[in-house]
Ligand binder design. Structure first.
Ligand code: RP5
Length: 169
């Protein structure tokens, strides 16, 4: 089975954030791969990976990096599939702002769909949404996932209702 989503991170130190994406893809039963590659430390490997991803059946790439986070943008420069970027608040980052800006502020023509800081789970949800456009079974699983979010808010309201305040109307 070929991976449909490829999760790439700049370093093993990004794994605690990026594994959230893997967990969601697992939950949605989407075949994925997950690896480390660095735009700065392994530039040739990044180019090879990005040039060949779609030939291996990869439909969406999720790329996460911290600090001077060039990985998602460089992948987007070579790849012919959508790239979703995850800015990571890493040990070398200026509170994550450097990572957010370097992933977000792409030049016109080479977009990276940029998630929130450490937003790897949303990256996977976004990737699943793209794949669900051509996959009815997956679309059904995504619909159930959405319903679970709605239920969570309804349950929150049930719990909030039980809290007593003297001035609550
Ligand atoms: C980035 O630098 C990586 O994506 C990581 O977020 C950060 C720190 O990397 P390590 O020094 O922990 O390997 O390229």
């Amino acid at each position: 089975m070929n991976p449909q989503v490829s999760i790439i991170m700049g370093s093993l130190s990004d794994m605690p954030v990026m594994e959230e994406a893997a967990r969601f893809l697992e939950q949605m039963e989407i075949p994925f791969e997950i690896n480390a590659l660095s735009a700065h430390r392994t530039p040739d490997k990044v180019a090879d990976f990005a040039r060949n991803a779609s030939k291996r059946g990869v439909r969406v790439i999720i790329a996460g990096a911290g600090g001077a986070a060039h990985l998602p943008g460089v992948i987007a420069a070579y790849a012919d599939v959508p790239v979703i970027g995850v800015p990571v608040k890493s040990s070398n980052s200026l509170a994550g702002l450097d990572s957010i800006l370097s992933i977000l502020q792409m030049p016109s023509g080479i977009p990276v769909a940029t998630m929130a800081l450490d937003g790897a789970r949303n990256a996977a949800i976004f990737a699943a949404g793209i794949l669900a456009l051509g996959n009815e079974e997956l679309a059904g699983r995504m619909k159930s996932f959405r319903s679970s979010l709605t239920r969570k808010v309804e349950e929150a309201n049930e719990s909030i209702k039980k809290i007593q305040y003297r001035f609550k109307i």
